[in-house]
Design a binder for this molecule. Structure first.
Ligand code: SAM
Length: 243
């Protein structure tokens, strides 16, 4: 079995998937409140920006990969309207359950599917927009997941990847302090789980930087790939097209 990373640790691939599942099953109920706390609400702006870049139009079909608690699906649904489709998908049942309940509470009737981004159960050339927000980092075979996301896009469709990225160098020290000290402390206090938030900080450091992810998307066959840095590179949105 090939090896990969779970945060800073080297583990075999099956072990990584098992541990990622453990993290998200553990944090699902506190996921939304932790996101607001950890980012001081900024994640809402990052997601809003991503949706504006995707520029959904009425009647379009959207796939929200690793959609978790459904922030993006919830915002896409009114934009594509009743003639459009928004699919909320995630590999983790606990996260998906929170997302599905939230959409129902909002009166959004949209399909929800539990599936692995590396093996999407959708036909070729189906979606106008595919998004993955803070999900790619957790996937074992990122190239395979990107290829799958491209496969299900129709020609002319766009893929948006919102993910943590490489922060502006002068801010690195302060960001390290925040990530490795404050995050696990907050995780312990609010979610009773320091370990999952230590994984978060480590997995961000192990994730490809802006230029590497751009190259990975191009290798997966996406074209006209643009990178948008947000909050000094704490996160970046990569947008690419299937032409
Ligand atoms: N997109 C949501 C957001 O931005 O708030 C949730 C992001 S959460 C940090 C990461 C999500 O990726 C988790 O819900 C996790 O279950 C999901 N995930 C991890 N590996 C996955 C895979 N191989 N396929 C689909 N989803 C995956």
């Amino acid at each position: 079995m090939a090896e990969t990373h779970f945060g800073f640790q080297k583990v075999d691939e099956r072990e990584k998937a098992r541990r990622v599942a453990g993290v998200f099953s553990s944090v699902a109920q506190k996921y939304d409140v932790m996101n607001d706390l950890m980012s001081a609400g900024l994640h809402r702006l990052w997601k809003k920006f991503t949706i504006e870049l995707a520029a959904p139009r009425p009647g379009e079909r959207v796939l929200d990969v690793a959609g978790g608690t459904a922030d993006l699906s919830s915002a896409f649904a009114p934009r594509v309207g009743p003639r459009g489709e928004v699919w909320l998908t995630d590999i983790n049942n606990a996260m998906l359950g929170v997302g599905r309940d939230r959409l129902l509470d909002e009166g959004v009737l949209t399909p929800v599917a539990q599936c692995d981004a590396e093996k999407l159960p959708f036909p070729d050339n189906y979606f106008d927009i595919v998004t993955v927000a803070f999900g790619l980092r957790n996937m074992t075979h990122k190239e395979q997941a990107l290829a799958e996301m491209r496969r299900v896009l129709r020609p002319g469709g766009r893929l948006l990847v919102l993910e943590f990225s490489r922060v502006w160098k002068p801010l690195e020290k302060a960001y390290d302090l925040y990530s490795f000290k404050l995050l696990p402390w907050l995780g312990e206090k609010i979610a009773g789980d320091a370990e999952s938030y230590r994984y978060l900080a480590e997995s961000i450091r192990m994730h490809p930087d802006q230029a590497t992810l751009k190259a990975m998307m191009e290798n997966a066959g996406l074209e006209r790939v643009d990178v948008f840095n947000l909050s000094a590179g704490v996160v970046a949105v990569h947008r690419g097209y299937k032409l």
